[in-house]
Design a protein around this ligand. Structure first.
Ligand code: COA
Length: 192
C-alpha cells in the first residue's frame, strides 16, 4: 500500500507493472531524456521493468523510506503521463531532493506544475521536511520556469553528466525552503 495523492486533474500513486508500456513510451524520447541525469537512451522495456520493481521495493520497506516515487496519472483518462519523485530524504536534516518528467504530448498544460506542487505539499505538510533541493541542466528553461513559479531559487552551479548522451553539462542547483513556500494550490482548493 503506497501513498496516493489526488490533485484537481492528476493522481500521484505508486508505480505498477501496468505502467511499463507507457513508462517506456514516455521515457524513450531523447528530447525528454536529454534533460534528465539518470535516464539511459534508448530506454527499453527492461529498463522500465527494473524501475517498477525498484520502486516496489522502496514502497514496501518497513522503515522510513529515503524516497517516494510517484507515477503521475491523468485522472480523466486513467492514463500514465509522467513521474515525480521525492528522493534522497535526510530525515534528520529535514531535506529531500527529487525530479519530474511529463511525457512530451502532455507538456505545457500545467500538469508538471500541478504534480510538483503536490509533491512539495506532501514533503512539507505531511512529512514535515523543511527544505527541498532540486536542479536543472543548463538550457532547460521549461523546468526552470516551472520551479521558479513554485518558489525555487538558484543557489549553485555544479558539473554534471547526462546519461542519455553522456554529455558533460552544468546543473543549476535550486532549493525551496518551507519558510519561503506559498501553498497557492492548497489555498485555491480550500477556497473552492
Ligand atoms: C519540465 C516539465 C516537467 C514541465 O512540465 P509541463 O507540464 O510541461 O510544465 P507546465 O505546463 O506545468 O509549465 C510550468 C510553467 O513553465 C512555463 N513553461 C511551459 N513551457 C515553457 C517553455 N517552453 N519555455 C518557458 N517556459 C515554459 C509555463 O509558463 C508554466 O507556467 P504557468 O504555470 O504560469 O503557465 C516537462 O516539460 C518535462 O517533463 N520536461 C522534460 C524532462 C525535464 O526537464 N524534467 C525536469 C528536469 S529538472
Amino acid at each position: 500500500m503506497g501513498i496516493r495523492i489526488e490533485t484537481p486533474r492528476l493522481i500521484l500513486r505508486p508505480w505498477s507493472e501496468k505502467d511499463i508500456e507507457h513508462l517506456t513510451l514516455g521515457l524513450n524520447d531523447f528530447e525528454l531524456a536529454k534533460w534528465l541525469a539518470f535516464v539511459p537512451h534508448p530506454y527499453s522495456t527492461s529498463h522500465a521493468e527494473d524501475w517498477v520493481s525498484r520502486c516496489r521495493e522502496i514502497s514496501n520497506a518497513s522503515t522510513r523510506p529515503a524516497a517516494y516515487e510517484f507515477a503521475v496519472e491523468l485522472r480523466s483518462e486513467r492514463l500514465l503521463i509522467g513521474g515525480v519523485s521525492l528522493n534522497k530524504i535526510d530525515w534528520q536534516a529535514g531535506t529531500g531532493g527529487g525530479g519530474i518528467w511529463i511525457a512530451n504530448l502532455y507538456q505545457g498544460r500545467g500538469y508538471g506544475r500541478e504534480a510538483f506542487a503536490a509533491k512539495i505539499r506532501f514533503a512539507f505538510r505531511d512529512l514535515g521536511l523543511t527544505m527541498l533541493v532540486n536542479g536543472y541542466f543548463n538550457g532547460n528553461e521549461k523546468s526552470w520556469a516551472m520551479q521558479r513559479k513554485l518558489g525555487y531559487r538558484r543557489v549553485a552551479e555544479v558539473a554534471s553528466r547526462c546519461m542519455a548522451d553522456g554529455r558533460q553539462t552544468i546543473e543549476h542547483v535550486t532549493t525551496l525552503r518551507r519558510s519561503d513556500w506559498d501553498d497557492h494550490d492548497g489555498k485555491m482548493r480550500s477556497e473552492a
